[in-house]
Design a protein around this ligand. Structure first.
Ligand code: ADP
Ligand code: MG
Length: 465
C-alpha cells in the first residue's frame, strides 16, 4: 500500500531497500569469509593433530582401541546398581589417565563395558612389525571405571563391611596394586601434605587479617571473628576423607547396637619387611608374639579410644603424615610398606575383641617383581613384599574354603591379620587398582591375574551373571 500510493515515498523506500540489500550482501560476504577462515583454521588444526598423532608411536593402537570400543554396548556400573552380598568381594578400579601419562601420549588400554567386566587391550607387534591388540577379558564382582568416584566405590566395597563388625565378625578391606594406581586415594588415607599446608597457610593469613582488622569485639565482624583454624582444618579434612567412619558411628549409636555399650579404639601401624612400626607412636618398632593358642599380638601397639568421627580422621591424618614423613631419600618410600588401620570393638570392661574393621593400604605390587637391575636391599624388600602378597592371597582363599588350613605364618602381614581370616562371619573385600596407560599394561595384567586368583576357587559366588 505504501509503495503504490505515493511516488514521493517510493524513492526513499527503494533507497532503503537497496541499502538493506547492500548490507545483506556485505553481511553474507563477511560471514562467508569468516566461515572460510574458520574452516581453514579447523583444517590446519586437524592436520596438525593428525601430524602429531601420526608421530605418536601409540596412534595405531589408539585407533584400534577406539574402533573396538565403538562396537561395545557400554553399560558400566552406576549409582543404582544392586549390591551383591559376598563373604569375599573382589573388585577392580580403573583410575583416569593422569597428566603425566597424557604428556607421554599414553593410550588408555582398559575398557570397562559392564558393571563386572573389564578388557585389557594389550598392544602387541608381530615379527613383521604389524601392530595388533591382544584383548584379554576379566570378570570380577564389580568393576569401577574412571567415572566412578570414591563415594560410589565406597558404597559397593567398605560400606557393606562396616555392619559386619557389629555382628561378631571381622571385616577387612585391602587396596592392592601398582604404586600410583590409586590405593591410598581409594582407602581415604590421602593427605596431600602440600595441599594441606597450603590450606593452613591461607587460614593463618586469614587469622592474621582477622587479628589486624577485626579486633575489639566489633559485632559487625562476628563472622570473621568466629574463624577458627582448627575447626576449619578439621572440616576440610572431614570433607576430603572417606565415608566409613560416619557409617560406623551411625551404627554404633543405633538402638540395636548401642545397648552393647561398646568401647571403640583405633590403631594404625605399618609393616615393612619383617618389621612393624607404630604410626601413632612416632614409628616405634613393635614385636609380634604368638601364644600357644595361635593368638597373635602386636606388643605395645597404641590403641586410642575414639568416640566420634573426628577422632578417627585425626588418627588417620596423624598416622598418614607419620608414614610419609622423612621420605626424601629414594630408599624410604610408603610404597614399600603395608599400612594397617584398625577399628576395634569391645564390650565395656572386657578385653575380648568383639569386632574389628581393618583397612589395609598394601605395598606397591610392582615392588615384588624382580626387575634384575635392583640392588641387594631392594631385592630383599621385593622378595618380602612378594611373599606377603602371595601369603595374603592364600589366606583369603582359605577363608573362602571353610575349614581349610590357614597359612597365616607365611608373612608378617598375614600373621598380624590372622583373626581376619577365620570365622564364618568374617568378610573381606579386595580392591585391585589399575593405571589405565599402556606403559602400565604389564603391571595391570599382573594385578588383574592376582585378583582373579583370589576368587578363583570360590564356586558360584555371583561370578556368573
Ligand atoms: P598409590 O597409593 O596406589 O601409590 P595414589 O592413591 O597415591 O596411588 O594415587 C596416585 C595419584 O593419582 C594421586 O595423586 C591420586 O590423587 C591420583 N588418583 C588416584 N586414583 C584416582 C582417581 N580414581 N581419580 C582421580 N585421581 C586419582
Ligand atoms: Mg599410596
Amino acid at each position: 500500500n505504501l509503495g503504490l500510493s505515493s511516488g514521493v515515498k517510493k524513492v526513499p523506500q527503494a533507497a532503503k531497500r537497496s541499502n538493506f540489500g547492500r548490507m545483506q550482501v556485505e553481511m553474507i560476504a563477511k560471514s562467508r569469509d569468516e566461515r572460510r577462515q574458520r574452516q581453514a583454521d579447523e583444517k590446519a588444526l586437524k592436520e596438525q593433530i593428525l601430524h602429531m598423532e601420526h608421530n605418536n608411536p601409540n596412534w595405531e593402537f589408539a585407533q584400534m582401541i577406539s574402533e573396538f570400543r565403538a562396537g561395545l554396548d557400554l553399560r558400566p556400573l552406576r549409582e543404582g546398581d544392586p549390591l551383591v552380598e559376598n563373604q569375599i568381594t573382589v573388585c577392580v578400579r580403573k583410575r583416569p589417565l593422569n597428566d603425566k601419562e597424557g604428556r607421554r601420549r599414553e593410550v588408555d588400554v582398559i575398557s570397562v563395558p559392564t558393571k563386572n567386566q573389564l578388557i585389557v587391550h594389550e598392544p602387541k607387534q608381530k615379527v613383521d612389525l604389524t601392530k595388533y591388540l591382544e584383548n584379554q577379558h576379566f570378570r570380577f564382582d564389580y568393576v569401577f571405571d574412571e567415572a566412578c568416584d570414591n563415594e560410589l566405590v565406597y558404597k559397593f566395597t567398605a560400606k557393606p563391611l562396616v555392619k559386619t563388625i557389629f555382628e561378631g565378625g571381622m571385616a577387612t578391606c585391602f587396596a592392592y596394586g601398582q604404586t600410583g594406581s590409586g590405593k591410598t586415594h581409594t582407602m581415604g588415607g590421602e593427605f596431600k601434605a602440600r595441599q594441606f599446608s597450603l590450606f593452613r597457610k591461607v587460614l593463618i593469613n586469614l587469622a592474621e587479617i582477622k587479628d589486624k582488622y577485626f579486633t575489639g569485639g566489633n559485632k559487625r565482624f562476628s563472622i570473621a571473628n568466629s574463624i577458627n583454624i582448627e575447626t576449619i582444618s578439621k572440616n576440610y579434612l572431614v570433607k576430603m576423607e572417606s565415608k566409613w567412619p560416619k557409617t560406623f558411628f551411625k551404627l554404633l549409636s543405633h538402638p540395636k547396637y548401642a545397648r552393647n555399650n561398646y568401647v571403640v579404639s583405633a590403631s594404625f601401624f605399618e609393616i615393612y619387611g619383617k618389621l612393624v612400626f607404630d604410626l601413632l607412636a612416632k614409628k616405634q618398632r613393635l614385636r609380634v608374639l604368638e601364644d600357644g593358642k595361635q593368638q597373635v599380638q602386636v606388643v605395645g601397639l597404641t590403641e586410642r579410644v575414639v568416640t566420634k568421627v573426628e577422632n578417627v580422621f585425626e588418627l588417620i591424618q596423624k598416622g598418614s603424615l607419620e608414614r610419609t614423613s622423612g621420605q626424601t631419600s629414594a630408599n624410604s618410600n610408603s610404597s614399600r610398606s603395608h599400612a594397617v588401620f584398625q577399628i576395634i570393638l569391645r564390650k565395656n570392661g572386657s578385653r575380648q575383641v568383639d569386632g574389628k574393621f581393618s583397612l589395609i593400604d598394601l605395598a606397591g605390587n610392582e615392588r615384588g617383581a624382580d626387575n634384575g637391575k635392583s640392588n641387594r636391599q631392594t631385592r630383599i624388600e621385593g622378595a618380602d613384599i612378594n611373599k606377603s602378597l602371595l601369603a595374603l592371597k592364600e589366606c583369603i582363599r582359605a577363608l573362602g574354603r571353610r575349614g581349610a588350613h590357614l597359612p597365616f605364618r607365611g608373612s608378617k602381614l598375614t600373621q598380624v591379620l590372622r583373626d581376619s581370616f577365620i570365622g564364618e562371619k568374617s568378610k573381606t573385600c579386595m580392591i585391585a587398582l589399575i593405571s589405565p596407560g599402556n606403559f602400565s599394561v604389564d603391571h595391570s595384567l599382573n594385578t588383574l591375574r592376582y585378583a582373579d586368583r583370589v576368587k578363583e576357587l570360590i564356586a558360584n559366588d555371583n561370578l556368573d551373571d
